[in-house]
Design a protein around this ligand. Structure first.
Ligand code: AMP
Ligand code: ZN
Length: 465
């Protein structure tokens, strides 16, 4: 049974998707006005963990992530350089996709862009006007939160003190200033605008996620994610818009990750306390160490960014890499499988799955992995494993890595079989004390670019660079 903490109910709930074996997932994407900071990547990596776990658990996942390429910030950026909006955002969209690859974040199935879905948003706003949930004021359209009695159900905000008819044009605001919010903003001097049935203007930020999520996933879908800062007003407003328009429940499970913080404060552009991925790459940080760092604290806990914490994550990940290196670079004698290794592997996979089923309990999941490594190391210190057993161990780690994806891409092809056979032949010669033959094979391999190293645990090979 899979369970998640649902922000909407404030409880841990059993996860049951609407369609059998299929999960429809929407995650709020970047506003492409600058390079994302690693706080943003905490959210995207949490979402990646969730998605990979659902895939691992056997679901098909349909994932949509929006790209906000028109809003207050992107317009400000384009205007400051005096270039068209799409030219300005293009650079950051490309950088974002590059970062996703670097951080091993699986691509979404759809990346709808706000500027390419204006007609969807206009249709929805017109519907909201017709149903009486929205109204025009000075050429802009606002959502009347008084008309939607359930307003506040996600963020548990109290709307009683709200001044009737008070409006706000800004896309982002604090809980203290809950107001009617803009769906459509009248064209302003110096801002890009679209000629539509609502008049010339541009969409507010919130409507894009209601229009684009339901466009690709249907009026009701399974999971919607973001960071906790998205709960109010963004997701609260998405619920109001979507449920008022469609007259049915918008999303069944709302999952939010806590923030990446620096000295107790949310990492953000406006506070200036941020690093981009590029900043860290320039400091020689391995992006997969960063991935592991962001991944390895439970998503609902605050995560403190320091270089010391990042170093701890690096050291932990290194233990996994060293273990794999050991297994991959030793030669194991041919032979069958003992129950013990199979049992340990099954248990590791099972514990890993169980842990993540419990609201993505990553600490327990990683504990299962490290326990597996510890036990295998213990066995290896006492006895020789067979090729088949080594294969089972690697297979187990690879399965787990389908979720974590923290191993570097293989830069080298696997050892060709004829070379492996030569190594085995040499070992046999050594055992038979035929050192002349053993040395001849070693020299032959050296010619082929492979150096051998005899260690207490057996022979290891390396390629000559
Ligand atoms: P934005 O581009 O500001 O809309 O943010 C994109 C995503 O990153 C949203 O899901 C935010 O909730 C999330 N986010 C922003 N800052 C942080 C942070 N410091 N820690 C975790 N998530 C964040
Ligand atoms: Zn959104």
């Amino acid at each position: 049974m899979i369970r998640f903490y649902n922000t909407l109910s404030g409880k841990i709930e059993e996860f049951i998707p609407l369609r059998e074996n299929e999960v429809r997932l929407y995650t709020c994407g970047p506003t492409v006005y600058d390079y994302p900071h690693i706080g943003n990547y905490r959210a995207y990596i949490f979402e990646d963990l969730l998605k990979r776990f659902l895939l691992f658990a056997g679901y098909r996942v349909i994932h949509v992530m929006n790209i906000t390429d028109v809003d207050d910030k992107t317009i400000r950026g384009a205007n400051s350089l005096g270039i068209p909006l799409n030219e300005y955002t293009k650079k950051y969209i490309e950088a974002f996709f590059e970062d996703l690859k670097t951080l091993h974040i699986l691509p979404a199935d759809y990346y709808p862009r706000a500027t390419e879905h204006i007609p969807d948003m206009v249709r929805m706003i017109k519907g909201l006007l017709e149903k009486g949930y929205a109204y025009f004021k000075d050429g802009s359209v606002y959502f009347s939160i008084a008309k939607f009695p359930e307003y506040g159900k996600l963020s548990k905000i109290n709307v009683e003190e709200l001044k009737a008819g008070a409006r706000l044009d800004a896309d982002e605001y604090e809980k203290e200033s809950v107001h009617d919010f803009a769906l459509w903003k009248k064209a302003k001097e110096g801002e890009p605008f679209w000629e539509t049935e609502l008049g010339p203007g541009r969409p507010g930020w919130h409507i894009e996620c209601s229009a684009m999520s339901t466009r690709y996933l249907g009026p009701t879908f399974d999971i919607h994610c973001g960071g906790i800062d998205n709960i109010f007003p963004h997701h609260e407003n998405e619920i109001a818009q979507s449920e008022a328009y469609y007259g049915q429940k918008f999303v069944n499970y709302w999952l939010h990750c806590h923030h990446l913080v620096v000295d107790g404060e949310k990492m953000s552009k406006s506070k200036g306390n941020f690093y981009t991925l590029r900043d860290l790459l320039a400091k020689q940080v391995d992006p997969l160490d960063l991935r592991f760092f962001l991944l390895s604290t439970h998503y609902r806990k605050m995560l403190n960014f320091t270089f010391v914490n990042l170093e701890q994550a690096r050291a932990s990940r290194q233990r996994i890499l060293d273990f794999i290196y050991e297994i991959e670079h030793r030669t194991f004698p041919p032979g069958g499988q003992q129950e013990k290794i199979k049992e340990l592997s099954d248990r590791a996979l099972n514990d890993f799955r169980e842990a993540l089923s419990d609201d993505l309990n990553i600490s327990s999941a990683l504990a299962a992995l490290f326990e597996f490594i510890r036990q295998v190391n213990q066995i290896m210190s006492r006895e020789k494993l067979s090729q088949e057993e080594a294969g089972t161990i690697l297979q187990t780690i690879r399965e787990i890595n389908r979720v974590l994806d923290i191993l570097p891409e293989k830069k080298e092809e696997a050892l060709p079989p004829e070379i492996r056979q030569k190594i085995e032949l040499r070992q046999k010669a050594r055992q038979e004390k035929n050192f002349a033959l053993a040395d001849a094979i070693r020299d032959e391999l050296k010619e082929l670019g492979i150096i051998l190293e005899d260690t207490r645990e057996g022979v290891r090979w390396k390629r000559i660079k």
